[in-house]
Design a protein around this ligand. Structure first.
Ligand SMILES: [Zn+2]
Length: 295
């Protein structure tokens, strides 16, 4: 099979906890696919969740990538670099311009529901459209902006290496949030704007973000950002803890920092990931992990 070629992919962690084995798998696969498709790697630190971001977690991103011997071509090299030039807070004008366009086109409504209220009103985790016809002022304090979505909207997703999947906006993405209650753009919006801004044409992420991918593709359509439809996605399986639990940033002993601090080498860590991913032979670096999982 011939390898499709790409210009740029990205590693886009959130500094809201210490990175864990699942993040490492994602970075390793990004590096492996980038290498075989000629793509450069951008490091983007998704830091708009302002309450949870802290310096230690940002530093952990650099430490982890260096430890795992994953190189990136563009983006911050250290904390000072990140803060000075690369934080998403430097791109708020871009996000706000996109939000203004959605507002001007009448594509959003304000929602003042609390998380608990949504939980009570919903039967399946989806937002039931409680505020859709309430005409709450978009400038009202303590309200988020939600996108007006059509039920069953069709979305096409380009997938790696080369396929197109026709799908629909899932129920849990109905009226999804594009601006949070703290007035910062929501992840779905900032991610699209950044990927287009930096010229990303390949995105590698976990399967848990499949619904987000559909939401982002749909939102890009609504904003007339056709270029986003040209991006190719690879959704990789997630690592599970024994017992089938999804790894989380609160799970201390699977954090890369914990393993580093306890004397494990990068080779040990790749070996653990390989075993958790069900690979029979021993893997010792991201190149071998990529080979085992992609071929
Ligand atoms: Zn609401």
């Amino acid at each position: 099979m011939s390898q499709p070629q790409f210009h740029k992919t990205r590693i886009a962690p959130t500094p809201s906890g210490f990175l864990h084995l699942g993040n490492a798998l994602s970075f390793a696969l990004t590096a492996a696919i980038a290498e075989r498709s000629g793509a450069k790697i951008l490091l983007r630190i998704d830091d708009l969740d302002r309450e949870r971001v802290n310096r230690e977690y940002v530093q952990d991103i650099f430490d982890t990538l260096n430890f795992l011997q994953i190189h990136w071509h563009e983006g911050p090299r250290n904390y000072e670099d990140y803060e000075r030039d690369w934080s998403q807070t430097h791109r708020l004008d871009l996000y706000n311009e996109a939000l203004k366009q959605l507002r001007d086109k009448g594509k959003v409504f304000a929602c003042s529901c609390s998380r608990a209220a949504i939980k009570r009103a919903s039967t399946d985790d989806s937002y039931p459209g409680t505020c859709l016809h309430k005409s709450i002022d978009l400038d009202a304090p303590d309200s988020s902006w939600r996108l007006i979505t059509e039920a069953d909207a069709k979305v096409d997703i380009r997938t790696y290496p080369e396929d197109i999947i026709e799908t629909r906006l899932p129920a849990n993405m109905r009226y999804f949030v594009v601006r949070k209650k703290d007035d910062y753009p929501a992840y779905q919006l900032s991610s699209i704007i950044d990927d287009l801004h930096f010229g990303v044409d390949l995105i590698v992420r976990g399967q848990d973000l499949w619904a987000s991918t559909i939401a982002q593709e749909y939102l890009a359509q609504q904003m007339g950002l056709d270029a986003f439809g040209q991006i190719t996605f690879y959704h990789h399986p997630l690592l599970m803890e024994t017992g089938g639990l999804k790894l989380s940033k609160s799970a201390g002993s699977t954090s890369i920092k914990y393993l580093r601090d306890h004397g494990h080498s990068a080779m040990d860590v790749y070996g653990m990931i390989g075993r958790m991913a069900g690979i029979q032979r021993e893997v010792k670096d991201w190149q071998e992990l990529g080979k085992a999982l992609l071929e």
